[in-house]
Design a protein around this ligand. Sequence first.
Ligand code: TYM
Length: 324
Amino acid sequence: MRIFSGIQPTGAKHLGNYIGAIRQWAAAQDDSLFCIVDLHSISVAYDPEDLRESTYSLAALLVACGLDPERCILFVQSHNPDHAQGNWLLSSVSSFGELRRMTQFKDKADQQEFVSVALFEYPVLQAADILLHQTEGVPVGEDQRQHVELTRNIAERFNARYGETFVVPEVLTPKLGAKIGDLQEPAKKMSTTGGTAQGTVLLLDEPDTIRKKVRSAVTDSGREVRRGPGKEGIENLISIMSVATGDDFDAVEARYDGKGYGDFKSDVAEAVIELVRPIQARYEELRSDPAELQRLLAVGAEKARASSGPTLDTMYGRMGFTRP
Ligand code: TYM
């Protein structure tokens, strides 16, 4: 299955990104595409210097998380101009009404003083990312499901109007961890923009910071390490533990039967520290060699252009453009 997924460079990457998305990518990477979506990052206020820096850091982090540029196509969105062009063409088959209903737009627009047109158009650019590469599956966390469903609608509309051009992609959410909650407010997703700093475990956090964040996670007034109504905080920690150790929920619950929250939280913290330790070590190595990172991204950009070019040409042709 041809997979495409993307991640924004700005904002520190956290356990939710890893568990909901990146972890699955490494497992299905052969002949698939993974994109650092820098064009999406300018849809809200940002600092140009930070964008440059975070684009390279994210490339290093993705390789450290197991993406192998020899096996997959890892590239930066702006290095392939087809995406911006595809965005414009697809915006003609996207409606104002459907974009206005996107929950991410509504949530993010509420947080901005200045609501850009780019923020509104964000899902159309995302559709171009996906459709230009004839993608069959899009592995994302639950929060991105609506955007992939919109992409399907856009693909079907384009195909109906101009002839079969795009594969209509499937959304792939992981069975476990599709929505990791903020440790302080577990009903909200873990996020560097909408969540709390104390409730967001960053992939590059120091071990002591991870211990503090996990130990101060909000739980409930009970004592049992079990899923159940009113126990979102504990359930969130069970999910994290389950992913970090590879044990299923029942096994985690059985192991902590009769033990209190204190022991459980300490063990979750240590499991997360072990999970990120090799990622952090590899990240440091890669980050210290910017020339090598630039080389990897140049190779990725070339492969990405070769992948999207034919579809973009077909779009222009079917839409009646006369470009040679
Ligand atoms: P972004 O950068 O916000 O997030 C990257 C991925 O991380 C997942 N994620 C989570 N999963 C579980 N729990 C959480 N708390 C959590 N927070 C984030 C997201 O679902 C996502 O899969 N619009 C996309 C980027 C994008 C894209 C694309 C994705 C641009 N073009 C094409 C797929 C295909 C985004 O902002 O992701």
